[in-house]
Design a protein around this ligand. Sequence first.
Ligand code: V4E
Length: 214
Amino acid sequence: MLPMPSLRGTIEVERKFVPLPGVEDHLRALGAELQYELVFQDSYYDRPDFRLTLADLWLRRRGDRWELKQPPAWGVRGLRGASTQYLELSGEDDIARRVSEELGAPSPLGLDALGLQPFATFVTHRRQFQLPPRGGAARGVVVDLDTADFGFAVGEVEVLAETQEEAQSALREVEEICQELGVLSDSPVPGKMSTFLRLNRPEHYARLVEASVL
Ligand code: V4E
C-alpha cells in the first residue's frame, strides 16, 4: 500500500457514455431509482491564454456556487483514457487560493481579481439516478443523464472515492455498470465541455487537444 497524503479530499471516478434509447429502462432494470431532475447553468472561466484549462483545471460557476475540478494527487495510478478521476473543490476561498497559486499570483487573490473570463456558458437538464451499493461498497453509484442546451446529450457513471483502494474499486464498478448498460466504449466519450469547445471555441479546443488535456 502506498503512503497517503494527509489531505485527501474526495475524488470522482467517472466514465461518460452515449445515452442510447431505452437507457432509463435499462437503469431501472439494474435497480436504479431517479433521485432528482434539475436544470442548472454552468459558466467556465479561464485566462485568455488558457492557463487553467491547459493545466487541466476546470473552474466553473454552477448556479450561485464556484467549483473547481483538478487532477487528484492520488487515486488510480496511471489512469488514462475513457474513465477519469478528478478532485472537486467547492469552497470559494480554497478555490481562489488554488487558482492564485496556479496563476503565479504573489499572494492569494479573490477570483474577481485574477483576470478570469468566462469561455463557455450552457444550461444542462439533468436526470440523476442512483444505483444501490454493490459488493459491500460503502456508496452507491450515481448515473447522470444530461442534455445541454446546445443540442448535446451525454451520460455519466460516477463513484466517489476517499482512498486509493476505494478509487481502484470505484473504477472497476464504473466499468462494470457501463458494461451492464451496454455502453462501455474503448475510446473516451466527449463530454458537454469538450463538445461545446469543439463547436464554439475551436482555437481553445485545438490547444487542449494538442496539449493532450482533451
Ligand atoms: C473535468 C473536465 C471538465 C469539466 C467538466 O467536467 P464534467 O464531468 O464533464 O462535467 P459535468 O457537468 O458532468 O460535471 P459534474 O456535474 O459531474 O461535476 S471538461 C474536461 N474535463 C476533463 C475530461 C477529460 N479529459 N476527459 C473526459 C472523458 N472527461 C473530462
